[in-house]
Design a protein around this ligand. Structure first.
Ligand SMILES: Nc1ncnc2c1ncn2[C@@H]1O[C@H](COP(=O)(O)OP(=O)(O)OP(=O)(O)O)[C@@H](O)[C@H]1O
Ligand SMILES: [Mg+2]
Length: 300
């Protein structure tokens, strides 16, 4: 839970910049949330507050009932606990890989925590499985892998701490379409099967439409929309003010709806669109199987 959160960079310097201006939001256990907004709107700043990496200028950050910045002798322990519960994957996390093997990289944080070898071993294998890395890659150098695989190694390194919440800052940026699709499929699986709460920062509305249930839109350090994905994507004026376009599928289906095609106005995924279009196909002259065969009558 975040309450009245303000963040100011370079508070007393020449580059003073209020990056977050009073954010209130609550993310419930097991939610799958998308965080979007234009460049510089404060997305990365906000997610670094989720596990206490940044300190608020004002406001409260509460993780599972732990008030992170409440002064007191226990503060250090509270921050450490928050960082264990909320795993944060930075943008281009593969730039922080540095060990000689995939195994050592993923094992880094649990080893640092002082866990015994067999537990570290178990955690690494579990994390590799969760992101779909085959076990035989464990002894390879992370730098010999594809871009998508390297990023999954970095995510596995965070999962090895067994966080309940996984926050990913632009996790598909720079990946090719296959790497992107694979990563999204694994995130979906982490949510459905492992029950993780996931917060996904993304510029890509199609990606969010395909994955998340709730969308939070930031602009100039403020929340300008927060609600079910279909509702937020239907608010074209708010999206336009953020310089964002609704997902392509939503745009197309909305247009068809407006032109009188009997499809629902708010459709977010290609699958839903396919079902909706097939359901009305027989009623559309273009698709009618009983239409008269072309006779060539118009031919010269
Ligand atoms: N370390 C920093 N020092 C000073 N200002 C910063 C720092 N990091 C970010 N800012 C400023 O704070 C504001 C919010 O930046 P932030 O990186 O959170 O935005 P963002 O929404 O993540 O943008 P992007 O989509 O480009 O990643 C911007 O004006 C940015 O220039
Ligand atoms: Mg950012």
């Amino acid at each position: 839970m975040i309450e009245g959160l303000h963040h100011v960079y370079d508070e007393r310097g020449p580059g003073r910049r209020e990056a977050l201006c009073g954010i209130d939001l609550t993310i419930g256990d097991g939610e799958l949330v998308g965080l979007a907004g234009p460049t510089g709107s404060g997305k990365s700043t906000l997610v670094q507050h989720f596990n206490g990496l940044l300190k608020p200028a004002a406001g409260r950050v509460v993780v599972d009932g732990i008030d992170l910045w409440e002064p007191g002798p226990e503060q250090h322990r509270r921050l450490a606990e928050a960082r264990r519960r909320v795993g944060l994957v930075f943008q281009f996390p593969e730039q922080q890989l540095f060990e000689e093997t995939v195994f050592a990289d993923i094992a880094f944080a649990p080893r640092n925590q002082g866990l015994p070898d067999d537990e570290v071993d178990r955690r690494v294998r579990e994390a590799m499985d969760l992101v779909g890395l085959p076990p035989e890659l464990a002894e390879r150098s992370p730098f010999a892998l594809s871009g998508g695989q390297m990023r999954r190694v970095a995510i596995a390194g965070v999962l090895a701490m067994r966080p309940r919440t996984l926050v990913l800052d632009e996790p598909t940026a720079g990946l090719d379409p296959q790497g992107r699709a694979e990563l999204l499929a694994h995130l979906r699986r982490l949510h459905r099967e492992a029950g993780l709460t996931i917060v996904l920062v993304s510029h890509d509305m199609d990606e969010l439409a395909a994955l998340v249930e709730r969308v939070i839109l930031l602009r100039d350090g403020r929340v300008v929309a927060d609600g079910p994905a279909a509702e937020v994507f239907a608010r074209q004026d708010v999206l336009a003010a953020c310089g964002l376009r609704p997902p392509a599928v939503a745009q197309l289906m909305g247009e068809l709806h407006q032109r009188g095609v009997p499809v629902p106005p708010a459709v977010l995924s290609v699958d839903q669109a396919e079902r909706a279009l097939l359901a009305v196909a027989d009623r559309l002259p273009l698709f009618r199987s009983s239409r008269p065969p072309a006779t060539g009558g118009g031919r010269r």
